[in-house]
Design a protein around this ligand. Structure first.
Ligand code: THU
Length: 140
């Protein structure tokens, strides 16, 4: 398979994983389901969804759930990240967490999925683009 085709397939798989993860979101308080998936430099894909709690402040975003899932599985270098939601825009905390595991400026697939029509709109920035002047404890 050509490199380009393999890349296209990997992106499709990443997006599909995030779309499926959105369906598993636990969000009875906000009723705002978010799905995410990360592709690691090792070629693995990990899903995540938002998980809320009766104690509202304990909610965990989909992106961080996916990243922590990958890190806990021993895969801590991100190659690409996908977020699926009505408006797919990672919050500031998630941007900073993505940055932590992003040596090579991963592609970000932000998939706005209309619950009414099922229509998908994909915007593709990068992690570094979304968080200029990120916090770094070590001077570089
Ligand atoms: N949420 C995410 O999962 N990711 C984001 O980037 C933004 C917000 C979740 C948190 C909460 O469960 C719900 O969306 C509403 O804020």
């Amino acid at each position: 398979m050509s490199n380009l085709r393999a890349k296209k397939r990997a992106v499709e798989r990443l997006i599909e994983t995030a779309v499926q993860a959105q369906k598993r979101a636990y969000c009875p308080y906000s009723r705002y389901p978010v799905g995410a998936a990360v592709l690691t430099e090792t070629g693995r894909v990990f899903p995540g969804c938002n998980v809320e709690n009766a104690s509202y402040g304990l909610a965990m975003c989909a992106e961080r759930a996916a990243i922590y899932h990958a890190v806990a599985s021993g895969h801590d270098a991100l190659k690409a990240v996908c977020v699926v939601g009505t408006a797919a825009k990672p919050c500031g905390a998630c941007r900073q967490v993505m940055y932590e595991f992003s040596d090579k400026d991963p592609a970000l697939y932000l998939v706005a999925l209309s619950p009414a029509t099922g229509r998908r709109t994909v915007v593709k920035p990068t992690v570094f683009k979304l968080l200029p002047m990120a916090f770094e404890p070590l001077a570089s």
